[in-house]
Design a protein around this ligand. Structure first.
Ligand code: NZQ
Ligand code: ZN
Length: 385
């Protein structure tokens, strides 16, 4: 295990009856901006519940944050927030609303030119407006981490940043609200959480058995809960287990002292930027391809994953590693999530474009041990055509 720091200040309120406590968590007298997406919260009643909980505050609403949230939209909120001297942001929705809110929080006090620099140039975030979260979709873990992913329409880019300044002050996790999710979004959430775990687990052994077993526990729980929650998103018990699993998958805990990879995400973001494919669906394509492309280097962990998560105990190491990849593919496909580029009519020219973007950005050695070279990226995607 390597040296690590672990810091997670997010106060979590889990469950259907917690929301009224929100008024006790926002400083009295705050001017609150209430941010949301395309209207799912209006249909499922969360909007009214939040409004009721905020009745003591002066509230400005900002709706219309799109999936894969846009810089262009976020900057409109920044302008309004500055005009109205907003001093607390409340994100209500899924990862897109939360991520946009984190960016807005950092952009409002930003004094070093265009806040896009935070994403494009990795400029540090020196200050941010405090924010809180009401989560209605289990997937990203954004409710309990310091990361955000923002897209820019004018350049077809999708980039991320992370800063301790944008940790939510609190997050209310509402499995009941997630009951109105379409099956497609539930499947996306399961796959996204699953791949968050593998990005931190499926690297190489570093004698970190507790982190390995935390990771395996989350994977096994996702596999076990998936059929019930996919079949019926309103199954409160199964949705609760999915929601907590997704939060635990990316709140920093399983990353302590172990190498991370994240190259599946880096490649996946390009597929979203270029073809608008849902985030999780890009991961389901890239993950099996990259595991096959890096089979030798990741074999030890693939065999461990196969044995502990899929009960694969027979065959040579190569056979066991490949079987573990096949089981993963079958799991994603059982949730209606395709694992081939052809399902989206994406062809070899896109692979060329992604590889040349990585070369232009000097992203020549991504992921664990720098194994995800442009060539490995090409091989991984070509295997998934
Ligand atoms: O916009 P509304 O109307 O609210 O509808 C949303 C949206 O259309 C809908 N929805 C949310 N809750 C609902 C609901 N529909 C019915 N009932 C509910 N209870 O679901 C749709 C998708 O929402 P979105 O927020 O886009 O999904 P998700 O949570 O999967 O977030 C995806 C974004 O997060 C980024 C992704 O790249 C993508 O941009 N990620 C953020 C991460 C982070 N901050 O740590 C890590 C992830 O790897 C990921 O990259
Ligand atoms: Zn993800």
């Amino acid at each position: 295990m390597t040296d690590f720091e672990f810091y997670n200040p997010v106060k979590v309120f889990f469950g259907k009856d917690q929301l009224p406590k929100i008024s006790t968590q926002i400083p009295a007298g705050s001017k609150v901006m209430f941010l949301y997406g395309g209207g799912s919260i209006i249909k499922n009643g969360v909007y009214d519940r939040v409004k009721a909980a905020l009745e003591r505050f002066e509230v400005t609403e900002f709706g219309g944050i799109e999936p894969n949230p846009l810089y262009e939209t976020a900057m409109k909120a920044v302008e309004i927030a500055k005009e109205k001297n907003i001093d607390f942001l409340l994100a209500v929705g899924g990862g897109s609303v939360i991520d946009a809110t984190k960016f807005i929080a950092a952009a409002i006090p930003y004094r070093f030119g265009d806040p896009w620099n935070i994403l494009a140039k990795g400029m540090p975030v020196a200050a941010a407006v405090p924010l809180g979260v009401v989560l209605t979709l289990p997937a990203t873990g954004s409710e309990m981490n310091k990361n955000a992913v923002i897209s820019r329409k004018s350049t077809d880019e999708k980039l991320s940043f992370g800063s301790p300044m944008v940790f939510p002050k609190f997050s209310f996790l509402l499995p009941d609200a997630a009951g109105t999710l379409p099956k497609r979004q539930v499947a996306n959430g399961i796959v996204d959480a699953f791949v968050h775990v593998t990005e931190q687990y499926l690297t190489y052994p570093v004698n970190a058995p507790i982190q390995d077993r935390f990771a395996e526990a989350i994977l096994i729980t996702l596999i076990e809960q998936a059929p019930a929650v996919y079949e019926n998103p309103a199954d409160y018990k199964a949705m609760s287990n999915l929601m907590w699993s997704a939060t635990m998958a990316l709140n920093g805990l399983i990353q302590c002292g172990v190498p991370g990879d994240w190259s599946v995400h880096s490649i996946g973001h390009e597929l979203t930027a270029l073809h608008g494919i849902d985030h999780a669906r890009t991961l389901a394509i890239v993950l099996p391809g990259l595991w096959k492309a890096l089979l030798e280097e990741k074999k030890t962990k693939l065999v461990q994953y196969g044995e502990r998560v899929w009960n694969i105990t027979e065959g040579t190491d190569d056979e066991r590693a490949l079987k573990a990849i096949d089981e993963t593919v079958a799991f994603f496909e059982s949730l209606g999530v395709p694992t081939r580029l052809s399902a989206y009519n994406v062809k070899a020219d896109t692979i060329d474009k992604i590889v040349s973007r990585f070369e232009d950005r000097k992203w020549l050695e991504l992921g664990d041990r720098g194994l995800t070279t442009p060539e490995a990226t090409r091989k991984a995607l070509t295997l998934q055509l």
